[in-house]
Design a protein around this ligand. Structure first.
Ligand code: GDP
Ligand code: MG
Length: 184
């Protein structure tokens, strides 16, 4: 079975853990330790193909940039999560994306920009078009608004990354490696 190493990134409080847990376990967590960085596996079927997703849910607490470099190097697809409720973290994202492209040494990295908490329409600070504009600036990268609470676009975020990875690497070439690496 093909393996996909996905990384969920973004500032604290944006809903990275809630989004990941909703996808993997199908429930919404109100409180999740913000310092916890954890790792999940989930088998799913995407476009009639069984896939093993290995998801690293980061906490932004890496003490050493070398740790970041390592998961960027090992990760194949990246979900960059902000909250539509703000504050806007687009400035951080610029750096984060550049770092990913630099570590990967290519412009062609599967990335999806995710505006989470879109259920909180009354508290919205970041407009949908702002997310769309940023995605456009990023060579038309994928973009979705999601809600971990209301289960909006949860599968779509992760499936989109799988499809992007598939487009980049034909399925036959993605057999898992013998040795599993440190973080993923
Ligand atoms: P993380 O630090 O990025 O991992 O953020 P968490 O997943 O811990 O979420 C931070 C807070 O936002 C928690 O209180 C969550 O319950 C809440 N939250 C996360 N996603 C959503 C969402 O889609 N809608 C709403 N209303 N709240 C959310
Ligand atoms: Mg978290």
């Amino acid at each position: 079975m093909c393996e996909y190493k996905l990384v969920v990134l973004g500032s604290g409080g944006m809903g990275k853990s809630a989004l990941t847990v909703q996808f993997v376990q199908g429930n919404f967590v109100e409180k999740y330790d913000p310092m916890v960085e954890d790792f999940y596996r989930k088998q799913v079927e995407v476009d009639c193909q069984q896939c093993m997703l290995k998801i690293l849910n980061t906490a932004g607490t890496e003490q050493f940039t070398s740790m970041r470099d390592l998961y960027m190097k090992n990760g194949q697809g990246f979900a960059l999560v902000y909250s539509t409720r703000g504050p806007s973290t687009f400035n951080d994202f610029q750096d984060l994306r550049e770092q990913i492209l630099q570590v990967k040494d290519t412009e062609d990295v599967p990335i999806i920009l995710v505006g989470n908490k879109c259920d909180l329409e009354d508290e919205r600070v970041v407009g949908k078009e702002q997310g769309q504009n940023l995605a456009r600036q990023w060579c038309n990268c994928a973009f979705l608004e999601s809600s971990a609470k209301s289960k909006i676009n949860i599968n779509e975020v992760f499936y989109d990354l799988v499809r992007q990875i598939n487009r980049k690497t034909p399925v036959e070439k993605k057999k898992p490696k013998q040795k599993s690496c440190l973080l993923l």
